[in-house]
Design a protein around this ligand. Structure first.
Ligand SMILES: CC(=O)N[C@H]1[C@@H](OP(=O)(O)OP(=O)(O)OC[C@H]2O[C@@H](n3ccc(=O)[nH]c3=O)[C@H](O)[C@@H]2O)O[C@H](CO)[C@@H](O)[C@@H]1O
Ligand SMILES: C=C(OP(=O)(O)O)C(=O)O
Length: 432
């Protein structure tokens, strides 16, 4: 497939209603966890994006059947599977290939995984996965491949060294098959971790403490099949709030999953963007003050990411581009990844007033007028932030490597164009 470029004619107001897709980071562990049961599973609201398509290819390669029954409905049946050698090229395409470790270890007793890929946003350690598997009775060997073995997984009292999202998900899946009770302490509690836990419960698992940082699993469970619908993507909702703000447009985000939006709404409120709620819809009115709230005493405020339920790391790039259009000064503090902020040089070349203090902190002074510019997307969220900047800017921008954006956002140019954006999707001419 040739690389994709977006050509964006900026400066147009948007309006209308848009529905977020299903959560990518829920769909990935849930598709992998469907390998735990030999009974049929039907998943609805699966985002049809590059990451899910790649994981579907991977689960087929171990013997599961996986058919798209409609655009967003996926039927999986893992009656007989074998953790035979997995394709290194497919595994390297996505971070989520590591999520096959838990279900394949549980079903097959051993698995050898080529290293995972994913966004290049800094070092991405796997040590927490290894710690959890070892405490559940597996042996782990990490050389050019990651090898996990356990003839019988045993329940344990596991304290994770950090609340890693995918490590919590792998440990949770392994614990469902383990003999005895498992406590996962210092567990991640992101909406996607909760979604996976609810899916496992629908299969027949016994899990307590969903949504907290101590998850208790009573195993081993006798699992059946189920039909399950993936929750809306709160990161996409946050991206759409940013889009409405930077284009000063009124948007209704329908079926937004408002129960998971509290910290996200608070983050945008610090930038002077206040959203309303009507049922499960989120309303972003136009005519916002977009005035950054100083801290008490007139001090420079800060927006920082932290593990859930605080403001999510995956929205930091979107928050930065949004802040460039707000009135005031704010420190943006990205604590998790070493390279996620480097894309701000592109915003600076478009006219944004940002000082990158170090790889984790940037000071944004707004508002600034953005001019269209050529850009290349380094990762999903920086790419989406660039798309927001391009839609808001005067003039035309090009975004190369838009494939990165499409790893996480389904038919995004088509859906934003329906709101009034002017984005043309073309195969990249310069290979970019
Ligand atoms: C497929 C998937 O679900 N990917 C998500 C998952 O990745 P993933 O599960 O890979 O991310 P982790 O939660 O393991 O953490 C990512 C990085 O943050 C650091 N870290 C983590 C927790 C912490 O309290 N402090 C800290 O500094 C880790 O050292 C690591 O370098 O969670 C990330 C953090 O929400 C998101 O960006 C990714 O979109
Ligand atoms: C970092 C992300 O994804 P992944 O972990 O799949 O690379 C993301 O969704 O922002």
């Amino acid at each position: 497939m040739p690389p994709i470029q977006y050509i964006v004619e900026g400066g147009h107001r948007l309006s209308g209603t848009i529905e977020p897709s299903g959560n990518k980071n829920s769909a990935l562990p849930i598709i992998a966890a469907a390998l735990l049961t030999e009974h049929p599973v039907t998943l609805d609201n699966v985002p049809r994006i590059r990451d899910t398509e790649t994981l579907v290819e991977l689960i087929r390669s171990v013997g599961a059947s996986a058919e798209w029954e409609s655009r967003n409905r996926l039927a999986i049946h893992a009656k007989h599977i074998s953790a035979a050698d997995l394709d290194p090229e497919l595994c390297a395409r996505i971070r989520a290939s590591i999520l096959l470790a838990g279900p394949l270890l549980a079903r097959c007793g051993e698995v050898a995984l080529p290293p995972p890929g994913g966004d290049v946003i800094g070092r991405r350690r796997l040590d927490t996965h290894f710690l959890a598997f070892e405490q559940l009775g597996a042996t782990v060997t990490a050389t050019h491949r990651l090898e996990f073995r356990a003839m019988r997984l045993k329940g344990a009292d596991v304290f994770l060294d950090e609340p890693s999202v995918t490590a919590t998900e792998n440990a949770l899946v392994a614990a469902v098959a383990a003999h005895g009770t498992t406590y996962l302490r210092n567990a991640a509690s992101e909406p996607h971790v909760q979604d996976l836990a609810h899916f496992l419960v629908a299969l027949g698992a016994k899990i307590e403490g969903i949504g907290t940082n101590t998850i208790t699993v009573h195993g081993p469970a006798t699992l059946g099949g189920t039909s399950y619908s993936i929750q809306p993507d709160h990161i996409e909702v946050g991206s759409l709030i940013g889009l409405a703000a930077v284009t000063r447009s009124p948007l209704r985000i329908a079926k937004a999953g408002v129960e998971h939006l509290r910290s996200i709404r608070m983050g945008f409120e610090r930038l002077g963007i206040v959203c309303g709620i009507e049922g499960d819809d989120l309303i972003v009115p136009s005519g916002q003050t977009m005035k950054i709230h100083d801290d008490f005493g007139g001090h420079v405020p800060k927006l920082e990411d932290q593990p859930w339920p605080a403001f999510p790391a995956d929205l930091m790039s979107i928050a930065i581009v949004t802040a460039t259009q707000c009135d005031g000064v704010i420190l943006m503090f990205e604590k998790m990844f070493e390279s996620r902020m480097f894309f701000v040089d592109k915003l600076i070349s478009m006219g944004a007033r940002i000082v990158l203090c170090d790889p984790h902190r940037a000071i944004v002074a707004g508002p600034s007028r953005l001019r269209g510019a050529p850009m290349t997307s380094p990762d999903i969220r920086a790419g989406m932030a660039m798309l927001l900047a391009a839609v808001a800017a005067e003039g035309t921008s090009t975004i190369n490597n838009a494939d990165q954006i499409e790893r996480g956002y389904e038919r995004i140019e088509e859906r934003l164009n329906a709101l009034g954006a002017r984005i043309t999707r073309v195969p990249a001419r310069d290979g970019g």
